[in-house]
Design a protein around this ligand. Structure first.
Ligand SMILES: Cc1cc2nc3c(=O)[nH]c(=O)nc-3n(C[C@H](O)[C@H](O)[C@H](O)COP(=O)(O)O)c2cc1C
Ligand code: SF4
Length: 447
């Protein structure tokens, strides 16, 4: 598979393509000088439906975690609906270990705004809300300035897109969250945008039919929307020449992907790679290898909800097949956290259960009660105070919670389930070594 140069990060020096010390924010003038908003101009010369077809044909899959085909999602909007429709841009980025959208927001905010403008035109969405996580103060300020510039230059606002190049008008607003993981879940995000507690909604109805304020709404991740101008600029075949086909008769993984690597590597950071790059190559070639020359032990596949790879899965291909091929939930955000040979996997599991216990919104009993119970069990196991049956109870609890087993409203509980199950199953020896041996009754012989 050929490795490509930067696509999304062409203006953001990232190793090995440029000196990260030379990074700076590309404001409107810089952006236009480097070809920015040309894709919007080109898109406006075409029928909206043609742009939707292009995105559909490109097989672009969502970069926010679930990998849902973007163009297909766009076609779920009601066809003849003339009223208000919304775009909700998911910039919540609260999955632990994930920091790839931040790179875009820090350095190339107009790339996102161009993606928003094209997507709104294609799907006839009059208003876009960018929902940004509470902790991203700096990025919120950058976006505020970039949005003001875009209004000033006629990208958004009263005259119609691109100073009246299209009569279709789009407004774009920034909305700051308060720092809750659950507000990254798309319907929790909508509730929060409406000014309510971020409680995920029961689906169906799906947001494309009944979303923000009850109106048809498309929700897309920052990175997903940033792929759209490039598909318009270079075409569908170009996009399909990047990344890889599925090797297990699944949907393809085309395009490049921002991979944020953290943990025990020499050079943690965000790298833009073709989908399908082996994890070992990402670590050894891009991240300068394992820290202190230690051996690879495990990695969180792509955000902690995805679970972990085993030691012998170091060569796992980072594409959307990873879930089915390597017994993890999926590629997630493609931001792996790497663990070396000295990592205590029991501690990792305890830490993860603590996170999910704190972040459960509390609506569903299996998630609310189960996450707290799992955390208590993990504390007992880590302290060496648990019995073997507690390990089985932990696995039973984990396996029974989630939208996939059909017991909860949203996927937060699936994340907790998969994280714990994959760690216990792939590193069971470490857990068994920590639990007390079971009580074995001694039979005293009589007679
Ligand atoms: C608990 C939970 C947290 C999530 N957090 C985020 C997030 O921070 N950012 C994001 O883009 N998607 C997040 N998602 C996925 C969104 O629900 C949704 O699938 C995504 O924003 C759709 O955009 P995409 O199709 O472009 O990926 C989360 C999902 C769950 C279940
Ligand atoms: S699964 Fe958990 S986080 Fe999701 S809605 Fe239910 S209680 Fe809330």
């Amino acid at each position: 598979m050929p490795m490509t140069g930067p696509v999304l990060t062409r203006r953001i020096p990232t190793f090995p393509y440029g000196d990260p010390k030379k990074r700076r924010t590309y404001w409107y003038d810089d952006y236009v000088k480097s070809g920015g908003y040309e894709s919007l101009r080109r898109a406006l010369e075409q029928e909206p439906a043609h742009i939707v077809d292009m995105v559909k044909d490109s097989s672009l899959r969502g970069r926010g975690g679930a990998g849902f085909p973007c163009g297909l999602k766009w076609t779920f909007l009601p066809k003849d609906y003339e009223g208000q429709r919304y775009l909700a841009v998911n910039a919540d980025e609260s999955e632990p270990g994930t920091f790839k959208d931040r790179l875009i927001l820090d350095y190339d905010p107009h790339m996102l705004l161009e993606g928003i403008a094209i997507s709104c035109y294609a799907c006839k969405l009059q208003t876009a809300y960018i929902y940004i996580r509470g902790e991203y103060h700096h990025q919120a300020h950058i976006l505020e300035k970039a949005i003001a510039e875009a209004y000033d230059k006629g990208i958004f606002g009263g005259k119609g897109l691109l100073s009246g190049a299209s009569s279709f008008k789009v407004d774009c607003y920034l909305h700051r969250g308060a720092g809750a993981y659950i507000c990254g879940e798309e319907t929790g995000l909508l509730e929060s945008l409406e000014g309510k507690r971020g409680w995920p909604r029961i689906k169906p109805p799906f947001p494309a039919v009944k979303g923000l304020f009850g109106k048809p709404t498309i929700i897309n991740n920052v990175e997903t929307l940033c792929c759209v101008p490039f598909i318009v600029e270079h075409g569908v075949s170009w996009f399909k020449s990047l990344g890889c086909e599925s090797t297990i008769k699944g949907p393809p993984s085309f395009g490049t992907k921002l991979m944020g690597v953290s943990g025990h590597v020499n050079r943690p950071g965000v790298y833009e790679c073709d989908l399908g790059i082996p994890l070992s190559k990402l670590v050894e070639e891009y991240c300068g290898g394992m820290r202190n020359g230690k051996k690879f032990k495990s990695a969180i596949a792509g955000g902690i909800s995805m679970g972990v790879l085993a030691t012998d899965q170091y060569d796992a291909e980072m594409d959307f097949d990873i879930g089915r091929k390597y017994e993890v939930l999926g590629l997630g955000t493609a931001c792996p956290t790497i663990f070396d040979e000295d990592t205590d996997m029991v501690m990792v599991a305890r830490n993860i259960t603590r996170f999910f216990k704190n972040e459960s919104c509390g609506q569903c009993t299996p998630c609310r009660e189960g996450s707290g119970w799992m955390y208590k069990l993990m504390c007992r196991i880590e302290a060496g105070e648990a019995k073997m049956k507690d390990l089985d109870l932990l696995l039973e609890l984990a396996g029974s919670m989630g939208a996939m087993p059909g017991t909860t409203i949203c996927g937060l509980a699936d994340g907790n389930n998969w994280a714990v199950r994959t760690i216990v199953n792939k590193f069971r020896g470490e857990f068994e070594a920590r639990v007390k041996p079971s009580f074995v009754p001694v039979t005293v012989g009589v007679g």
